[in-house]
Design a binder for this molecule. Structure first.
Ligand SMILES: [Cu+2]
Length: 248
């Protein structure tokens, strides 16, 4: 089936959003075709054949009821389908993997509470958020300074990163690979360089990756950063303290 310009992506919710889009598009094509056929039929069948004024009809009650009720039913159908897909996208099931994502001018910090993993990168460093495949990953998204946008095209997903607000959502990637992400809110001078990547790996690779942070230096960095993000998440008010700029 055609994608009508969209792609299915690699997460559960990206796929359901894609299917919704396909359904809407196919519905629009069918209704559009019906309207065109009816128009052409009326134009050709009832075209002017002479100077005689044709018989005049009005108030065809059954027909009027049908063309009032059918569109209402269609709107309800579209609404119901949207509701189902949106509920899937915003569902927050219990998860074992949590990532605290902090956007800042102009980069991203990914902190994995309960582990020593901390990834920090700005502008051209394009930090990588590593997550395991086929696993629910809970994201706590916030911003340190201004409004940013967390957007991953392959996830068909975007959320504001707002200072003072923690946006929470769950992603479940179904294929491994590295996917491109970027900030989608004009947030200042280097907004155009505010990139990141999401690397989806097998659970074994993920565990291995986490273990690379088990050294005294990284443990200390993660503990320091965790104290800051925990305070932010608890208060719901983003701290103005800029994070210690350590890269990885
Ligand atoms: Cu930004």
């Amino acid at each position: 089936m055609p994608g009508f310009g969209a792609s299915a992506g690699v997460t559960e919710s990206s796929k359901s959003a894609f299917h919704l889009w396909q359904g809407f598009s196919i519905g629009a094509v069918i209704i559009g075709a019906l309207v065109v056929v009816l128009m052409l039929w009326a134009i050709v069948r009832y075209r002017r054949k002479g100077d005689r004024i044709p018989e005049q009809h009005q108030y065809h009650l059954p027909l009027e009821v049908i063309y009032t009720v059918v569109p209402i039913l269609i709107v309800f159908g579209l609404f119901a389908a949207t509701l189902v897909v949106e509920n899937k996208a915003t569902a927050n099931p219990k998860t074992n993997v949590v990532v605290n994502v902090n956007a800042f001018q102009w980069g991203w910090q990914f902190l994995y509470p309960g582990t020593n993993a901390l990834v920090y990168g700005q502008t051209t460093q394009s930090p990588i958020m590593e997550i395991p495949v086929n696993t629910n990953v809970h994201i706590n998204l916030t911003s340190t300074d201004v409004i940013h946008g967390f957007y991953v095209r392959a996830f068909n997903f975007s959320r504001y990163a707002l200072p003072g607000v923690v946006n929470q959502f769950t992603i479940r990637a179904q294929s491994t690979g590295t996917f491109f992400g970027q900030c989608t809110q004009l947030c200042g001078l280097y907004h155009s360089l505010m990139f990141f990547r999401v690397k989806v790996v097998t659970p074994t690779q993920y565990a291995q990756w986490l273990s690379t942070f088990n050294n005294p230096a990284d443990i200390a960095k993660a503990a320091a950063a965790l104290a800051t993000t925990n305070a932010e998440l608890a208060s719901g008010v983003a701290s103005k303290t800029s994070y210690t700029k350590f890269g990885r």
